[in-house]
Design a protein around this ligand. Sequence first.
Ligand SMILES: *Cc1c(COP(=O)(O)O)cnc(C)c1O
Length: 967
Amino acid sequence: MTNPECATSLAQLTDDKAFLPRHIGPTPTQQAEMAQAIGYPSLEALIDATLPEQIRRAAPMNLEGPRSEQQVLEYLQHYADQNVVKRSVIGMGYHDTFTPAVIQRNVLENPGWYTAYTPYQPEISQGRLEVLLTFQQMVMDLTGMDLANASLLDEGTAAAEAMTLVQRVNKKNRSKRFVVAGDCHPQTIALLRSRAEPLGLMVDVANPDELLDPGEAFGLLVQYPGTYGNVVDLKAITEAGHARNTLVVAASDLLALTLLESPGAQGVDVVVGNTQRFGVPMGFGGPHAAFFATREAYKRSTPGRIIGVSVDRHGNSALRMAMQTREQHIRREKATSNICTAQALLAIMAALYAMYHGPRGLRRIGERVHGLTSLLRQALADAGITVRNEHWFDTLTVEVGEAQSTLIEAALDSGFNLRVVGHDAVGIALDETTTFSEVAQLATLLGADIPPSAVDEQLAPSGIPEALRREVDYLQHPLFNDFHSETAMLRYLKRLENKDISLTRAMIPLGSCTMKLNATTEMLPVTWPEFARLHPFAPMDQCRGYQALFKELEAWLCECTGYDAMSLQPNAGSQGEYAGLLAIRRYHQARGDHQRDICLIPSSAHGTNPASAVMAGMQVVIVACDTQGNVDMSDLRDKVTQHSERLAAIMVTYPSTHGVFEESIVDLCALIHDHGGQVYVDGANLNALIGLAAPGHFGADVSHLNLHKTFCIPHGGGGPGMGPIGVRGHLADYLPNSTVAPIPGLPAENDTVSSAPYGSASILPISWTYIALMGAEGLTRASEVAILNANYVAHRLQRHFDILYTGSAGTVAHECIVDIRPLKAATGISEEDVAKRLVDFGFHAPTMSFPVAGTLMIEPTESESLAELDRFCDAMIAIREEIRRVESGALDAEDNPLKNAPHTLSLVTSDNWPHSYTRQQAAYPVASLRQDKYWAPVSRVDNVYGDRNLFCACPGMEVWQEESATE
Ligand SMILES: *Cc1c(COP(=O)(O)O)cnc(C)c1O
């Protein structure tokens, strides 16, 4: 490092490495001191002792060096400049929208919202839980269904989840056939085909006019309104379907539902769709929140997270994620779906958009879009031009015959992207941002005429069939009616934000989740219009900047992991697992090995692993772990030999979910390969590896990378995320593709795993920026300090708690597991009591009971400073001291600060203090809390009550309805 005081040139005063100390918490001097405290002469010595020699990279990564934030943003601007923002009226589920500025600045661009974690700890998550509950209410109201979840990844995968749900619950019809209306979005149809094949299901595309009698099927999917714009009566379809025991799924559009009769009122069983056009930028495909709504009867089979209303210890209403045990972590291969990370931040934005506009405002937007469409349709009809759809909401399919290509070109020259439909038609979908003069321009392009006076004339006749028109019977809850002024909205947002713990308050030491810095510079490009306003199916020559960025990011990620090819399509780790296992499946099939369907999974695996294996048509065989937490090699040898003929793959996490670098990994990979299997390494723990070791070098064939863990995409309170997969060369031909916008270099017939070809494209610049800032040197240092920080925490805590599992040198990888079971046996104090007591100290709890029940897994990441690590360790040690006092009898076994945690402000200031310890002990157990105190808004939330009395709508609704009924 240069010392500015002795600089001899301007070059020495220019610091390209300026970002490294911003990202990495401990200073170089502290790093050395911490290593010494642990018992190693230097950081390098700690790493040498911890990382098995066999897996170490032979050579450093071939990436450029660190760059400054200014340099990287300039570099990125060159890519942004190569993207062209046109008015895309392509539709197909993606529409331009206005993000209300108050939501953009205070939520989308606000780390208080975007750095929060999934609300597994309800007491510190009431703010985001409230908006997610409102999201569910919004979806239930507009779709007319009993129940909605708190988001899925995209419309296509939501439709696939609906297909598998109706297959599971339809006990009266065990047919394997699923019928899809031909006017569903083509990307959805492609995705359903991929999803169906490994499960032995058949997807048949039916003509829209055959839907009343499509033959034997367990389920049926209709698009409402259809991809070409038509609006059909769902009632006749559901009645006919139900008469033959076929369940009916509708894919729909919330803006259309402000005017159209709800699918629920027409008897539909499941409604799915995308909430993108509710204020979330198209982002070249994502991220945005899909929704999933269904009947009460199917609530326990519903995929994804559901927020429910429960009560806290004192009987106050409190929110929590309902049926958490139903989630994949417990149910594994019997899980309803593999969804883990979803789209919380985007669901929050969509719900806030609905609250900002309210039912009348949304209705107005819907009517305006519809009115403009009707006007265009009228002008076309007057000019003798054929519009194919008889009914419409916002989309028209116009016959143009041989003029198609000239017309598309002319539209481009005027700044519009039209949809290309077949060889003789174009599609036009209008949206919230469409102006009257744009519609006049579109009419002129097509050879029709809209005079300027039309803006003042009586609205053209509606395209919605009489029987399907809807009143404003939705969003009556006060939440949708109280925040229409910006002041009210701003204060509401701040109030909610202040209820939650995000990275803006304290470290979030969640093992396996890697809650590191999400630097502001990395976040800036997300809202640049050149990245935010592109339609995923815009012509290739308008997204050259994105293409160049993807190519470079793919190459960088390949360099980081040792793989030969990368797919940016999967929208989360779970989707990467599924895509990676599908690639393995296709590889075996191509070699004639159709019988290879066994997937070995160690008992310590994350729950998404077995759930994904089942989705990829594999049978899960569990491999035992030994007492050290390593894969039991002798059990593995037995299982591999036993299943040799049928062995498809093994899924292992590296370093293990126990936070250890297993020395046997190289042998493990070789053993699997000897028996013809493939090795899937779950890349969730890559934060311990980048620059030090690469799965592609030590024997793995495929991995997903959670970009929202290792590569700095924020968790958004439960999403978005991205789960690209890296593969070795022999699997490269089986990476996912898109039928609508094919990815250069991939076979056209490949599987589709996301609606958009590059998943949630608009957050990829975050990871690109991180790598560009850090360079090879910075990324390697980040891994080393992640390992250092974990070992430092383990070292400080080991005199007070049992640390489970260490490697042969007695060190851990990038996380450590604290065993609470012996303390519980001695005192009754559980891991949950410790987790909730940490809230009183202002901390988010570590990961609870994963991968081992009764434990806490701590992952500090490289971004936390020595001071913050010490503050956290001090809190844990103070808690241990309280447990000792319970043990000695100085504190009551039941009435103690641990069992009663967290303590709310109202409790501590109450005139009535019935407890056997002081208020001081409850609220200010360490002096530093006097400076900065977080107060949980509710006390401990009742887990059981919420599940027994599942209630997933906004509370107060009935009360409010009763009141308005008596008005
Ligand atoms: C986070 C995680 C996953 C799942 O990733 P999502 O992005 O949440 O779908 C899988 N495996 C492990 C070990 C993880 O920590």
